[in-house]
Ligand binder design. Structure first.
Ligand code: HSE
Length: 446
């Protein structure tokens, strides 16, 4: 057996017709929908699973809060005791946060319960530890809802494309930032005004940092890269830039050149200077050609574009957040985990056998759109071109707009390494005739 192959400690099934006990941790928007749908669809679930499911308890922080449709005797504040109860087989974690759910999920796995979680931050930070606990106990650990809610990307990577080789995954995996960028593009609004509108409509949270700074997308990128490349990639391994510095002028310039700006999560294989294969995962604002399918993903929708060796290009599109779509993904996993509890077996699916090395962000190659204010004088363009030529970076297009004594210069490069681009920008900023490098935005290579 390969060293890092999952242990094959398959549990015995409870037998057809046996009841599967569920513990629900959290009763927010998602938890309430999960609870409602388990009861509404009980007869169908029993058929699909091979035995009925029954909610044994619901862990909440305040049992006195009114929760219509939830019997008071199911509510408890003692989540630790609930996840270890004899009559619980599957624990559903929809609390959020990292430390507290990590404790509960580990306690559940160690007690032999299968776990279904929607918690991307938890999975992206602690996947190795959680997978080891699930393997040791011979139980399932499922997290379809952690990436893009009901869009079935986790199952697609784990199962549907398990016979293929994934080359690249790029996607819009955060609805809040897509809403903001789309509003900026379609109305000309500033970032601040578009964020205020997203907040007013309930897309952005009171503290929008995790969304607008790209942290939520980075957790999802870590999960997608780990699954796609059979290599552990954690949140800390993902290079992450958000959208808070994108201006209305950036959006207008992109639009004029035939691009939309999207916050993309990009996971790809790349060849290092030593000829070895590496993987990289990153999140940053990206110029996407308007004819690319990801450019037409508007409002708060998500889409994931997968390039696989045999399957070719595939795109998955839909609602990536919200109570109902997230509950749908959670319940799909509940049915899968409950089936295994009834019929036996498990899915040791968090497989990182390939263990590919991670590429430094500086080694990543992409094209760049660089917006500068420069002096409108003879020789300035030549001096700027020399900076790029000296670094071995070729220019694809150069566009100039007159603004009196100052010219706005927009340069698009051919593919160049991040490290070289960083040096170029540092050198441009030392030129007296370059008044400002306003923005550097990457272009998607796909
Ligand atoms: N806040 C996320 C989004 C959903 O805006 O897409 C949960 O990951």
């Amino acid at each position: 057996m390969a060293e890092n192959q999952a242990a094959t400690t398959y549990g015995n099934g409870k037998g057809a017709g046996a009841t599967v006990g569920i513990a629900l941790l959290g009763m927010g928007t998602v938890g309430a929908e999960v609870f409602r749908l388990i009861h509404e669809n009980a007869a169908d679930f029993a058929q699909r699973i091979g035995g009925p499911v029954e909610v044994r308890g619901v862990a909440v922080s305040d049992t006195s809060k009114p929760r219509p449709g939830v019997p008071a005797e199911l509510l408890t504040t003692d989540a630790h005791a609930l996840v270890q109860r004899e009559d619980v087989d599957v624990v559903v974690e929809v609390i959020g946060g990292i430390d507290y759910p990590r404790e509960l999920v580990l306690a559940a796995l160690n007690a032999g319960k299968s776990v279904v979680t929607a918690n991307k931050a938890l999975v992206a930070a602690h996947a190795d530890e959680l997978a080891a606990a699930a393997d040791a106990a011979g139980v399932d650990l499922f997290f379809e809802a952690a990436v893009a809610a009901a869009i079935p990307v986790v199952g697609m990577l784990r199962r549907s494309l398990a016979g293929d080789k994934i080359k690249r995954i790029s996607g819009i995996v955060n609805g809040t930032t897509n809403f903001i960028l789309d509003a900026m593009e379609s109305t000309g609004a500033s970032y601040e005004d578009a964020l205020a509108e997203a907040t007013r409509l309930g897309y952005a949270e009171a503290d929008p940092t995790a969304d607008v700074e790209g942290h939520d997308a980075a957790s999802k990128a870590a999960i997608l890269a780990s699954l796609g490349f059979y290599t552990r990639v954690t949140f800390d391994d993902v290079h992450c830039e958000g959208i808070s510095s994108i201006t209305a002028a950036d959006i207008a310039a992109a639009n004029q050149a035939g691009y939309s700006i999207k916050l993309l999560a990009i996971c790809e294989r790349l060849e290092g200077e030593d000829g070895r294969e590496y993987v990289n995962a990153r999140v940053h604002p990206t110029l996407v050609p308007k004819e690319h399918p990801l450019a037409s993903v508007n409002q708060s929708y998500n889409a994931i574009f997968v390039e696989a060796e045999a399957a070719g290009s595939l795109m998955f599109y839909g609602n990536g957040a919200g109570g109902n779509p997230t509950a749908s993904a959670v319940l799909g996993d509940v049915v899968g985990a409950a089936r295994n509890k009834v019929h036996g077996g498990r899915a040791p699916e968090d497989n990182t056998y390939a263990a590919l090395p991670l590429a430094d962000f500086g080694q990543v190659s992409t094209r760049y759109h660089i917006d500068m204010d420069v002096a409108d004088r003879t020789g300035v363009l030549a001096a700027i071109s020399n900076v790029f030529a000296d670094a071995g970076v070729s220019l694809r297009t150069v566009r100039q707009e007159d603004r009196g004594d100052v010219a706005r210069l927009i340069v698009v490069t051919h593919s160049a390494r991040e490290k070289d681009l960083e040096d170029i920008v540092a050198r441009l900023e030392t030129l007296a005739d370059v008044h400002a490098v306003n923005s550097v935005i990457r272009l998607d290579n796909a």
